[in-house]
Design a protein around this ligand. Structure first.
Ligand code: GDP
Length: 301
């Protein structure tokens, strides 16, 4: 079975681990909306979390970076006067150095990601949704911020007024080919506004998904009226959507046929069904390898 997983960061990584352990042929389509230049290097957090997860070197506890990494370079950058608030480990930096070098040599982000994938001996395909730059911008009471500036540097404190996706990006050929040949497409649990939103803002993606809607299943990142982690609730509020699985369903129903929501949210089933989606109740919380595999298995049934 050919499975394409649309993925953001930490929540998605758990499901990717589960899917990687199943028998499917997996292709990950990664969000690019939080890609950013840091200290002269091009950092792609969602691509890297997928690579590290599938390579088995991800730091599970933190949900980002490489297991056992150290932070000497970052400390030295700070000593030298550089503002360094985004945690980039020493080994992690090697990834960003090579990516930046290869991009400078003229390779596309797709090609660079594939080279990194092979270097990390990852069998599954990992595709950036686009080779162009598209940036999630958070409109706050203090003006517009990049996603990492808002969430990491400012610790998510500023009041959020809105969100926009800056730039024009087109879906790559590799992504459109894999979407059309997939047997199943899974929208991983991810922040609907800052991970799945920018994926859908890439030209061609929403239309391509809609045309194969019957194959698309989403997993909600919400439980009750909160996300399992991160700022998804506040961001849904900021774009005038309910911060629960019904709000998420309302953002996905035009291109996803099915949605998995937490079993405690059975009260939302009628309203989600009204949106034209099949709604499955499940234990969508993943707490370790066995729950990751179980959810992946249910999604493949
Ligand atoms: P973030 O919101 O900036 O962390 O962006 P991500 O796209 O990395 O989002 C992580 C999302 O995954 C959050 O919205 C979480 O609610 C969700 N998440 C984290 N752990 C789980 C889990 O075990 N199950 C489900 N269904 N969602 C999860």
């Amino acid at each position: 079975v050919e499975v394409v997983a649309l993925a953001g960061g930490t929540g998605s990584a758990k499901l990717l681990r589960g899917l990687a352990g199943s028998k499917c042929r997996l292709t990950v389509v990664a969000n690019i909306g939080d890609n950013a230049w840091m200290h002269g290097l091009y950092v792609c957090p969602d691509i890297d979390i997928a690579l590290y997860t599938l390579a088995g070197v991800a730091n599970r506890r933190r949900g980002w970076g490489i297991q056992g990494d150290t932070f000497a370079a970052l400390r030295q950058l700070r000593r030298l006067g550089e503002e360094a608030w985004f945690s980039l480990g020493d080994r992690d930096l090697a990834t960003h150095i090579l990516r930046t070098k290869w991009l400078r040599e003229g390779e596309t982000l797709t090609e660079v990601t594939d080279r990194l994938r092979r270097a990390f001996r990852v069998r599954m395909k990992v595709l950036p949704v686009s080779d162009s730059h598209l940036e999630t911008r958070i409109l706050t009471e203090y003006g517009e911020l990049g996603l990492q500036e808002f969430w990491v540097r400012d610790k998510g404190r500023p009041k959020v007024i809105g969100v926009r996706y800056a730039g024009v990006a087109r879906m790559t050929r590799a992504v459109s080919d894999s979407l059309s040949s997939a047997d199943r497409i899974i929208v991983c649990p991810a922040n609907p506004v800052t991970s799945i939103g920018p994926l859908l803002a890439v030209r061609g993606v929403r239309k391509a998904l809609s045309s194969v809607r019957a194959k698309v299943t989403a997993v909600s990142p919400m439980i009750g009226s909160s996300p399992f982690s991160g700022p998804a609730g506040r961001l849904l509020n900021a774009i005038a959507r309910r911060p629960d699985s019904l709000g998420v369903a309302g953002l996905y129903n035009d291109f996803a046929r099915r949605i998995f929501i937490h079993r405690s949210d059975s009260g939302l089933v009628p309203a989600i069904t009204q949106l034209g989606m099949e709604c499955r109740l499940s234990e969508t919380r993943m707490t370790g390898p066995s729950s990751e595999r179980r959810l992946a298995r249910e999604l493949m049934e």
